[in-house]
Design a binder for this molecule. Structure first.
Ligand code: PBG
Ligand code: ZN
Length: 286
């Protein structure tokens, strides 16, 4: 992915300090574990890479908000966003066929991981797997652990998108077989996004997200019209990398197109934008 690389814990803390100095209010962390297994165990290990990074960043720059992207695809050896039925020896589950994601066992592990990340100091937990019931499970676990103040930013309407390609390469998280359409949404379906958002609101989400952004401006607009929680839009890796590639060819003006895209996302109704251009935007706007 152009212009981006993986950080170690110490370099992540240094980068976070530089971001805060630029006036960027928050970072969103993704972990790449040393070991992957069927259950993504490093995600709920207190010495896992993300809890270590959260502690280092909060120590270096306490005022910077740390958002932890909570999902299993970077942590599982199969690259799916939770527990698969191949991990359970049960006739009913086996009858679902190979490589079927088990919703409720995944909820238990998400809840455990959320508590580990929040105890490490994450201000916001951002579950990104589109697992049904994830917000309620995480809210219950956080409250039960005395972490009622930790907020949840739900990837409420996340589509099964081709625009995630460069991220999966950078984060070493492509599914080893199949795709994510069992849990992420069908790009053809707009009304399902509103149902998914309504469920997350009812389950206790503090903030909502629509993802990707540019190809889903209609969804951002509709969610903004109907729900009054703060709304984030995630301008994903493919949106960013396409512009970088075209600009490298001399075909388009990166700065102009990036700012125009961000403006359109804002115009559609996003209150917050997650973007790989964050550092550039600060410089451009100055
Ligand atoms: C993990 C996750 C993904 C992204 C954010 N969280 C990948 C995916 O769903 O396959 C994509 C981010 C990007 O493309 O910039 N579930
Ligand atoms: Zn995932």
């Amino acid at each position: 992915m152009p212009g981006h690389s993986q950080f170690s814990v110490d370099t992540a803390a240094r980068e976070a300090t530089a971001l805060a100095e630029l006036g960027i209010p928050a970072v969103l962390l993704f972990g790449i574990p040393a070991h992957k297994d069927a259950f993504g165990s490093e995600n709920f290990d207190t010495e896992g890479i993300v809890p270590q990074a959260i502690r280092a960043i909060k120590q270096a720059v306490p005022e910077l908000l740390v958002i932890s992207d909570l999902c299993f695809c970077e942590y599982t050896d199969h690259g799916h966003c939770g527990v698969l039925n191949s991990a359970q020896r049960d006739d009913f589950v086996a009858a679902l066929g190979d490589g079927y994601l088990l919703n409720d066992p995944t909820l238990d592990l998400l809840a455990r991981s959320a508590v580990v990340h929040a105890e490490a100091g994450a201000d916001i937990i951002a579950p990104s797997g589109m697992i049904d019931g994830m917000v309620a499970a995480i809210r219950g676990a956080l409250d039960g652990a005395g972490l009622a103040h930790t907020a949840i930013m739900s990837y409420a309407a996340k589509y099964a998108s081709g625009f995630y390609g460069p991220f999966r390469d950078a984060a070493e998280s492509p599914p080893s077989f199949g795709d994510r359409s069992q849990y992420q949404m069908d790009p053809a379906n707009a009304r399902e996004a509103l149902r998914e958002v309504a469920l997350d609101v009812a389950e206790g989400a503090d903030m909502l997200m629509v993802k990707p952004a540019l190809a889903y401006l209609d969804i951002i607009h509709q969610v903004k019209q109907r729900f009054d929680l703060p709304l984030a839009a995630y301008q994903v890796s493919g949106e960013y990398s396409m512009v970088k590639a075209a600009a490298a060819q001399g075909w388009i003006d990166e700065r102009r197109v990036a700012l125009e895209s961000l403006l359109s996302i804002r115009r559609a109704g996003a209150d917050m934008i997650i973007t790989y251009w964050a550092k550039d935007v600060v410089k451009w706007m100055r």
